[in-house]
Write a protein of this length. Structure first.
Length: 328
């Protein structure tokens, strides 16, 4: 389908979907709590999970979440049952320990394709300069970008890693200036301005985000591997001052769907769904653009995704797919 829904209609669909499947709730699955994290992609995925699990017969509750408090609650209290999009680098060791101890389980590694941090350009730049096939190639052309490399705002931890990479690459000597955009709005505003005026832009961003989808941004391939000296990465490259930064790629994003120990034993159909559902990055970025354009909620965006895409049908049984589509 190619349906463009208004926020009002999408919200109505989300409500209709949940209400229409209430009769199935309870006995087949029981109560399930899902963490809705406070960023756009995670909010949408939580609501997609809520709709589909409700169609499976679960009595679903959505609770407010964020990376550290959700992980801590799951680790110590066994709730909520599901964290659909947990960016685990910040809790990596603790999560590994919890999984080893059986308190939590990783339902799927990488529930979204093409995610992670990197350095990006706008598509018209590559159209005009197809030779820019790696970070090294881009760094030889500061003239194309006015010598500006946009890093992270000062209040973001990624500012330190970008500065370390900037120094390790000798970018200042090549004619580059590391630009602090000042804020999230400043960073996205610089991309919007360059896109609208046909200018070149080079800098840091991450996916999945509406910005990547809205401007069709292209991640430049990294030309060095992640360092084998992980202590150097953690104790120097990510810190405010790194006296002798060494070349490295970004640490790969560890993004999981994590479930409680109780959830792992509760319902085989639900666990099979969670293990199967992988959101294609380009589709998710497109949904985030729709969310932004329509000032929509996570529930609105989930309803829009279910109504306009069929990718999710492969994640569930024919009966569940039919129940979701009937509600729509």
């Amino acid at each position: 389908m190619n349906v463009r829904l208004t926020t009002k209609v999408a919200g109505a669909l989300a409500g209709a979907l949940l209400l229409s499947t209430t009769a199935n709730a309870g006995s087949a699955c029981g109560k399930v709590s899902i963490a809705e994290m406070n960023w756009a992609s995670a909010a949408m995925i939580a609501n997609v999970d809520a709709a589909i699990l409700t169609a499976m017969g679960c009595d679903v509750t959505i609770v407010t979440g964020d990376t550290l408090p959700t992980f801590t609650s799951m680790n110590e209290k066994g709730e909520p049952d599901i964290a659909p999009e947990l960016w685990a680098n910040s809790v990596s060791e603790a999560l590994d320990s919890a999984v080893d101890a059986g308190r939590m389980k990783i339902a799927i590694e990488g529930p979204i394709t093409g995610l992670g941090e990197g350095w990006w350009v706008l598509p018209h730049t590559l159209d005009a300069n197809p030779e820019l096939t790696s970070v090294a190639a881009v760094l030889e052309r500061p003239d194309l970008f006015g010598g500006k490399f946009y890093g992270c705002p000062a209040v973001w931890g990624c500012q330190h890693t970008n500065k370390s990479f900037f120094d390790a690459r000798g970018m200042a000597e090549k004619g580059w200036t590391l630009v602090d955009p000042g804020s999230s709005a400043g960073l996205t505003g610089s991309i919007a301005k360059a896109s609208e005026q046909g200018e070149n832009w080079f800098g840091y961003y991450w996916s999945p985000t509406a910005v990547i989808g809205q401007y069709g941004m292209v991640q430049i391939p990294w030309d060095v591997p992640f360092t084998t000296d992980t202590d150097h990465y953690d104790s120097c490259l990510t810190q405010p001052e790194c006296a002798d930064p060494q070349l490295s790629a970004w640490k790969a994003a560890r993004v999981f769907t994590v479930i409680s120990e109780n959830m792992s034993r509760k319902n085989a159909e639900v666990n099979a769904y969670l293990a199967a559902r992988v959101f294609p990055g380009e589709i998710l970025n497109g949904e985030l653009v729709w969310k932004l354009d329509n000032n929509a909620t996570g529930a609105d965006t989930a309803a829009h995704f279910l109504a306009t895409s069929d990718v999710w049908e492969a994640w569930v049984s024919a009966d569940v797919a039919a129940a979701v589509k009937a509600a729509l």
